[in-house]
Ligand binder design. Structure first.
Ligand code: GLU
Length: 318
């Protein structure tokens, strides 16, 4: 049992419908929390302006409920009040840890910042910091990106699923964006400010964010927040080609199956099977899934892929 005050969050980005990979991560997070007396906050991460889709948040909430997932607080919307993020920016700027930079991606790459595979971001080396970067004085939102002066050191933490980690964000990503020229905080800043102020002690999410955890740990420290949460980065569901589940593998939206009459128990049963809980595919209620779930087992057990076979089984349950 974790301490009574443990809190986790479900943090969907309303950029599209939930697919089976998301359903897997949310069910795992929920079952872990419910089996251990952890409080659950639902937080809609709707600051990613260009990618946020109107109506997606309502659809996601509906899909989560249909799966049998519940929560104790929220939904909270990040876009509702930007002042906590502005306060954090002021702190970082005053401490000489954040500075404005209007260098474009092309300019960063021309200056030797290598594009990072898959992230769409380029490494921003310390050599590109403007003159007097550590004495900007205060934060002003003037339509410019603000970056974190990433210290050059290795961040170590023990992930409950992925094991011991040693990551140097300065080597992989360099000075990352904290505040965007669109006038909103970046994902990295918003997630740290919210996890800290909402008392989040457990973070359970896909392991595509494992690298981000090291960046977030640096921000916890820079902002003077209490200890970083316990991290559990769960494997991503992949297609037959070994790449993470996406549109190219066909329509794996939960609503696609629901629309065809597939019951929630079939989706939950598939997730349970992926978690190594059941030897054969069989329908399961969310409560049965919760009762049999173990986070520890996930690390070794998860070898499943979203094969055409699983899709056929789901449809056969309609
Ligand atoms: N909103 C993020 C996503 O949907 C998750 C962020 C997090 O769990 O830290 O990918």
């Amino acid at each position: 049992m974790l301490p009574q005050t443990s809190t986790t969050r479900l943090a969907p980005s309303p950029t599209g419908a939930l697919h089976l990979g998301n359903a897997f991560a949310f069910l795992v997070n929920w079952a872990f929390a419910r089996a251990n007396g952890v409080r659950i906050i639902l937080r809609i991460e709707d600051l990613d302006g260009p990618r946020v889709k109107w109506g997606a948040a309502d659809d996601i909430v509906g899909t989560l409920r249909w799966l049998g997932i519940d929560w104790d607080e929220g939904p909270h919307f990040q876009s509702g009040d930007l002042s906590p993020y502005v306060r954090a920016m002021r702190t970082l700027a005053e401490r000489g840890l954040a500075y404005p930079s209007d260098l474009s991606r092309g300019e960063i790459e021309a200056a030797g910042g290598a594009p990072q595979e898959g992230s769409g971001e380029s490494r921003f080396p310390a050599s590109l910091r403007p003159r007097d970067w550590d004495a900007v004085g205060g934060f002003v939102d003037t339509g410019t990106n603000w970056r974190f002066a990433t210290p050059d050191r290795v961040v170590r933490f023990c992930d409950r699923v992925a094991g011991e980690q040693a990551i140097n964000p300065s080597a992989s990503i360099g000075d990352f964006v904290l505040w965007t020229k669109r006038g909103v905080p970046s994902y990295q800043l918003a997630v740290v400010v919210d996890d800290a102020r909402q008392g989040v002690t457990e973070v359970v999410r896909g392991n595509d964010l494992l690298d981000s955890a090291a960046r977030q740990a640096l921000l916890y420290e820079a902002l003077g927040f209490a200890a970083i949460p316990n991290y559990s980065h769960v494997p991503l569901v992949v297609g037959p080609d070994g790449r993470r589940l996406a549109k190219r593998h066909g329509d794996s939206r939960v609503e696609h199956y629901r629309g065809k009459g597939v019951p929630a128990e079939a989706v939950v049963g598939l997730v349970a099977h992926w978690c190594g809980m059941t030897p054969r595919l069989e329908p399961l209620t969310a409560i049965e899934f919760r009762d049999g779930f173990s986070l520890g087992r996930l690390a070794g057990a998860f070898t499943r892929q979203f094969l055409p076979k699983d899709d056929a089984w789901l449809l056969s349950q309609a």
